[in-house]
Every structure is written in C-alpha cells, then in structure tokens.
Design a protein around this ligand. Structure first.
Ligand code: CAA
Ligand code: NAI
Length: 246
C-alpha cells in the first residue's frame, strides 16, 4: 500500500477500530503511534505489536486536552522525527433522548469527538506543511450523515467532522496534504456492545449486507486513504456502512 516507513499517529488506538488500524498499518510497514487515553489496553497492544516485530509505540493522550495533544506530538517527533499520517479515530458516546440529555453529556461528546479532532489536526499540520506531505483521516459516522435516535450530541460532533474535513481539504490541498473522512456504519466494538440488543438487531436488519462491520473493514478504509493509492481522493467522506442507506 506504499505506507512503508511512514509515521502514523492513530488516536483511540487501544481498542476497537483503532486497534484494528494499528494492526493493519503495522502489517503494511508503517511506524505507528498508539495514541490513547487507556493506558492499560494501549501498553498491552504496544507489547503485542513489538513481540510481532512491528515498530509501534504507545503514547498516552487525552485528545480533548490541548496540552496533552501537544505533548503527544512532541513525543512522536522525538521518537520518529516526522509525522506523515494522522488518523483522528478517538471517539465516545453519551446517548440519551433529546429531552433527557444533560449539558454535561452534550459537552463531553463534543469535547472528544469535535474538539479532539481539531486539537490533533492543528497540532500536526505545521509539521506536515513543512514536509509538503500529509494524510489526515478523521472518523465521522453514519449518525453524523443521517442522524440517529438518542444521539443529538454524537450526531452533531460527527457532522462537524464532515464540515472540518471539507474546510481543511480546501485550506491544505495546496500544501500537499490530503484530507478525508470515513463514516463507518455500526461496527462490532465496545461502543456498539453498549446499545440495547433490540436496537442492534434493528440496525443489522436495515444493513443491505445484513451484518455489522468488523473493525478491520473500517481499518482498511483508513489504510486506503492514508496511502498514495488515493492521492486524488480529497475532501471526501467515505461511507463504509454495508449499504445502510442508499
Ligand atoms: N432507532 C429507533 N428507535 C429507537 C432507537 C433507534 N436507534 N433508539 C431508541 N429508540 C426508541 C425505543 O425503541 C423506544 O421506543 P418506544 O417508546 O416505542 O418503546 C424509544 O425510542 C425510547 O427509547 P428507550 O425506552 O430506550 O429510552 P431511554 O431513555 O431508556 O434510552 C437511549 C434512550 C439511551 C437513546 C437508548 O434507547 C439507546 O441507547 N438507544 C440506542 C442509541 C444508538 O443507536 N446509539 C448508537 C451507539 S453506537 C455508535 O454511536 C456508533 C456509530 O457511530 C453508529
Ligand atoms: P471504542 O470505544 O472501542 O474505542 C474508542 C477508543 O478511543 C478507546 O480506546 C478509548 O480509550 C479512546 N478514547 C476515548 N476518549 C479518548 C480521549 N479523550 N483521548 C484519547 N483516546 C480516547 O470505539 P470504536 O467503536 O472503536 O470507535 C472508534 C471511532 O469510530 C470513534 O470515533 C467512533 O465514534 C467511530 N465510529 C464507531 C462506530 C461503531 O459502530 N463502533 C460507527 C461509526 C463511527
């Protein structure tokens, strides 16, 4: 895929889709930074990757906190000297119906899913501009494209990712930086496991492929957009959703 020796920061790397992306990027020869809040899962994935002979390092970060993000980027540069790829994958849910959602639940989701993407992208872009090369991929969601019951906060944050992606594509294209987003459908991770079973079944039944995505399905889309195979794909939101709506 042509990402051999490229330095890739993957946020939310310790679990779910992020950990599948770590595996795929490492298999393709990238140097991977596992950037996550979850130290215990992050460290154990780092160990597993190193035992397999891959070049992977865990750096703890809270993407919602700008100082923490700046420190993560500094540590990445100390470790690898440059940054070619950023995967803005960290995300959370705090689901509730509109009338029951608290201000705190609203802010928590916006802080991680929207401000976290802004923080990480703003922190890495000067280094990418200096190299006239970069790939930025952010994770939206079918909820951000179509809306979803119980997800006012989350859908708003994921729609915002689409807006930021298109804006950055317009600002950064001339600097040699590709900017795109992936909008996954319902994917078999802890995030979906928290949903009521009845609603998971309902979601599965409206997917044309009649199954949830596997984390690796989404990781493969990140990989395509991070590679030079997709050099002319820019400002795009790639839906990887098994045909949930067409
Ligand atoms: N689609 C259609 N109807 C839904 C629904 C959905 N996604 N979610 C809830 N409803 C319906 C319920 O069936 C229920 O209907 P009735 O009143 O007819 O019984 C009504 O809405 C109210 O639901 P609850 O009784 O469950 O209300 P609650 O206040 O106890 O809980 C909730 C509300 C927290 C939103 C809960 O219903 C829930 O967790 N729903 C799932 C929300 C969801 O889809 N989250 C996606 C998480 S995965 C993810 O976010 C990844 C991604 O990017 C897609
Ligand atoms: P997950 O809950 O399995 O993993 C999320 C990871 O993000 C965890 O390792 C967690 O520690 C990390 N994280 C959370 N807050 C953080 C913070 N403040 N700083 C750093 N790391 C933080 O979730 P999953 O399913 O792997 O989701 C990955 C991304 O894909 C998220 O952006 C999610 O919104 C998005 N997505 C997921 C879908 C699904 O159905 N699972 C569907 C569409 C989008």
């Amino acid at each position: 895929m042509g990402i051999q020796n490229k330095v890739a920061i993957i946020t939310g790397a310790a679990n779910g889709i992020g950990s599948a992306a770590v595996q795929r990027f490492a298999e393709e020869g990238a140097k991977v930074v596992l950037a996550d809040f979850d130290q215990s899962a992050g460290k154990s994935l780092e160990k597993e990757m190193r035992e397999k002979g891959y070049n992977a390092v865990f750096i703890q970060v809270d993407v919602a906190n700008r100082e923490s993000v700046d420190a993560m980027v500094e540590q990445t540069l100390e470790q690898f000297g440059e940054i070619h790829i950023l995967i803005n994958n960290a995300g959370i849910t705090r689901d509730a119906m509109l009338t029951k959602m608290t201000a705190e639940e609203f802010s928590q989701v916006l802080d991680v899913n929207l401000k976290g993407v802004f923080n990480c992208t703003q922190a890495v872009v000067p280094h990418m501009v200096a190299n006239q090369y970069g790939k930025i991929i952010s994770t939206s969601s079918v909820s951000g494209v179509y809306g979803n019951v119980g997800q006012t906060n989350y859908a708003a944050s994921k729609a915002a990712v689409v807006g930021m992606t298109k804006t950055w594509a317009k600002e950064l294209g001339r600097k040699g930086i590709n900017v795109n987003a992936v909008a996954p459908g319902f994917t078999a991770t802890k995030m979906v496991a928290k949903m009521p079973d009845k609603i998971i079944e309902q979601m599965r039944s409206v997917v044309a492929l009649q199954r949830l995505a596997e984390p690796r399905d989404i990781a493969n889309a990140y990989l395509f957009l991070a590679s030079d195979e997709s050099s002319y794909v820019h400002g795009h939101v790639l839906q990887v959703d098994g045909g949930i709506m067409m």
